[in-house]
Ligand binder design. Structure first.
Ligand code: THU
Length: 132
């Protein structure tokens, strides 16, 4: 997997963030198992809770285009730090597999994790079906 390409795509998407309220830009680039990359940026709203994060934009684009399986997602932000996904996004992404590789960069160092590391004891479909 070429992390550099995915990070580059995430940075490009970040520039399209609609962040009228926080001015905090986030970009994501999601690699589907098909080989296609789907990008997302955060899109804010005057009704703050209607805001959607970059990660979920990337996923909704991919799922709605017919993708079902994913390899990796790169996430960048306009801060000088690594930006880890919010709890809602961790849960949202978990629906599509806890083996997803997450790639973060602050512009210098790169960190990678499996989603299962960032969402221990995940609540999944198995819980609703009486266990694993
Ligand atoms: N945000 C994301 O896009 N992804 C995250 O994982 C964390 C938060 C956005 C939502 C909002 O537009 C801004 O960052 C500040 O919370």
């Amino acid at each position: 997997m070429n992390y550099d390409l995915l990070i580059e795509k995430a940075k490009e998407a970040m520039e399209r963030a609609y962040v009228k309220y926080s001015n905090f830009k986030v970009g994501a680039a999601l690699l589907a198992k098909s080989g296609k990359i789907y990008t997302g940026c955060n899109i804010e709203n005057a009704s703050y809770s209607a805001t959607i994060c970059a990660e979920r934009v990337a996923f909704t684009k991919a799922i709605s285009e017919g993708e079902k399986e994913f390899e990796a997602i790169a996430i960048v932000s306009s801060s000088n730090d690594i930006t880890y996904p919010c709890g809602v996004c961790r849960q949202f992404m978990s629906e599509f597999g806890l083996d997803l590789e997450l790639i973060f960069t602050d512009g210098n160092k790169i960190e990678t994790y499996k989603l299962r590391e960032l969402l221990p004891h995940a609540f999944t479909e198995f819980e609703t079906k009486g266990g694993r």
